[in-house]
Design a protein around this ligand. Structure first.
Ligand SMILES: *Cc1c(COP(=O)(O)O)cnc(C)c1O
Length: 359
């Protein structure tokens, strides 16, 4: 493996070197079968075993009960913005949404095509610098579900504890799935694009409670029905084979590391190093309110945009790549998902100290 830089990209994001090494071998010759993992029929025994194992590991790691289906779909997380209301929201029905960032806002826009949407909370007026606390909004008991984004990738905010409601929760966990243990039972549906915390781009994991599958209207096209994919074990059509296979490797890596409780500990330590530097050095300013700070995406500003540009340029030269903030908020963002190594965080903190001293 050639020398690697520290890649703070928000997504597609860094993956464990062990996973890349294994994938490199299997892309040439999978288990001595004389062909690549990406050349095999998706209905062949060895590939079916890959999908089964990925699902089994996900169920084990997230403690997913039997009455939930696990689907491996295409179209990215963005397709779920529409698929969720298409399947769960009938004409004349209502759903409740929390607007905590651009990804939530995009989901609201799609949902409005299908039903009545009640935006029960919005932090848009404050550049989405926080997520609401439990008492900050009310969920209409007539809503079919409460939709929220657990981690707001662009703004670096994250729900520390999940909303509780008398309606099923629906959550976009694209940028923090598998980063900490949680109880999935209050959730009707959880989805996540793989490319932030789970693997390469190309597959979106959907975990959906079985009893919700029958809410979809009959005139919904086959490919957009969760039921279609649930009944066929994600094999109704050709699934994103390579992406699912790689997610499987990441799940093995996570299990061998000790699972979600172990990775949460590591994630907390990594994030604490960065937030401590932001708070300690009178030079950086965190974007997220402290009680909403994300363990996955750490957002901060420097005194001026010129200094931010200089900071990013010098960091890149040191092998600290991908620190530029999203164009909608500017500043800097360090994305430190599960697979991001602690040494990279330590190196960034060291650089932040030096840079603050020199400027
Ligand atoms: C990246 C991201 C998305 C969009 O994912 P795509 O797979 O590109 O559609 C949606 N939601 C969140 C929270 C994200 O971080």
């Amino acid at each position: 493996m050639p020398e690697r830089i520290f890649n703070f990209s928000p997504g597609p994001a860094t993956l464990p070197p062990e996973v890349l090494r294994q994938a490199a071998r299997d892309i040439i010759n999978y288990r001595d079968l004389g062909m690549s993992i990406i050349e095999m029929s998706h209905r062949s025994k060895p590939f079916m075993a890959v999908v089964d194992e990925a699902e089994r590991l996900l169920r084990e790691l997230m403690d997913i009960p039997a009455n939930y289906k696990v689907l491996f779909l295409q179209g990215g997380a963005s397709t779920q913005f529409a698929m969720v209301p298409m399947n769960l929201l009938g004409a004349g029905q209502k759903a409740c949404y929390l607007n905590t960032g651009v990804w939530a806002k995009k989901a609201i826009k799609e949902a409005k095509l299908f039903g009545e949407i009640d935006v029960a909370y919005s932090s848009e007026g404050e550049t989405y610098n926080h997520v609401p606390a439990a008492g900050d909004y009310q969920v209409d008991p007539a809503a079919e579900y409460l939709y929220f984004v657990s981690n707001n990738t662009i703004y670096g905010t994250q729900f520390q504890s999940f909303p509780s409601a008398h309606v099923p929760l629906v959550c976009d966990m694209s940028s923090d799935i598998l980063s900490r243990p949680f109880d999935i039972r209050p959730f009707g549906l959880v989805f996540a694009g793989a490319q932030k915390n789970m693997g390469p781009a190309g597959v979106t994991v959907v975990i959906v409670r079985e009893d919700l599958l029958d809410r979809a209207p009959d005139n919904l096209p086959t490919m957009f029905k969760y039921r279609t994919h649930a009944d066929k074990g994600s094999m109704f059509n050709t699934p994103p084979c390579f992406a699912i296979y790689t997610v499987g490797l990441v799940l093995q890596w996570l299990r061998d590391l000790g699972g979600l409780a172990a990775i949460e500990r590591i994630n907390r330590e990594k994030a604490a190093l960065l937030y401590d530097a932001i708070d300690r050095l009178d030079f950086y300013r965190g974007h997220a309110r402290p009680e909403s700070r994300s363990l996955m995406n750490v957002t901060f500003n420097l005194p001026t945009p010129e200094l931010e540009a200089k900071f990013i340029k010098e960091a890149t030269a040191l092998g600290l790549d991908g620190l530029k903030g999203h164009r909608s908020v500017g500043g800097c963002r360090a994305s430190i998902y599960n697979a991001f190594p602690r040494q990279g965080v330590e190196k960034l903190v060291e650089f932040m100290e030096k840079f603050a001293g020199n400027n």
